[in-house]
Design a protein around this ligand. Sequence first.
Ligand SMILES: [Zn+2]
Ligand SMILES: [Zn+2]
Length: 211
Amino acid sequence: MEAIVRILVDNRVGMVREPYLARHGLAVVVEVPSEDFAVLFDTGPSTDVLRHNLEVAGMDPEFDAIVISHEHWDHTGGLEAVSGGRVIEPGGGEVDLLDGVIVATETFEGTYDGEVMPERSLVVGDLALVGCCHFELGELLEGYEPRRVLGGLHLMDQPRERLDRVVETLREHGVRRVYACHCTGIRESAYLADRVGGEPGYVPLAVRVEL
Ligand SMILES: [Zn+2]
Ligand SMILES: [Zn+2]
């Protein structure tokens, strides 16, 4: 079976295709058409933008599961615009969502502004989705061995040395494609794609995953 992973809300005003709205935040839809199964990973900054972009994409606001990566407003703000299955919040262990091939990961202990920030990822076959990656990326790569990474890596305006360390971590763990977006920064997303492979993520980039 095949999953289609689509970035639905993201920051990229310059790259976004009308009539999608671009806002600071992240929401990603994972659909498995053959199973009539859909998961929403994060919900963007507001109900308005999520509703609008779902409508433009021609998608139903009902999901089998909604996974929240971490408790930041730009990931939780649209929650009330969607309904359906269970909401999986950060905290606690791994949750199997579909036959062991779509899994909400264990909660990683990240930090933000000196505070502990628990954060989950969503693994879809060989692709790992990350919200903001306030935790050590290497932990996710080591634990789940994805070959591709999509989402926010919190690298906006970071020095070149920091970017090179992330490139090294990705390569070391066998990641071959990066679709960085949201808090990664445009220049930084392009840098990662250039060094590792892949392309900068933008709405409504769709990535196919064989499950
Ligand atoms: Zn964020
Ligand atoms: Zn965050």
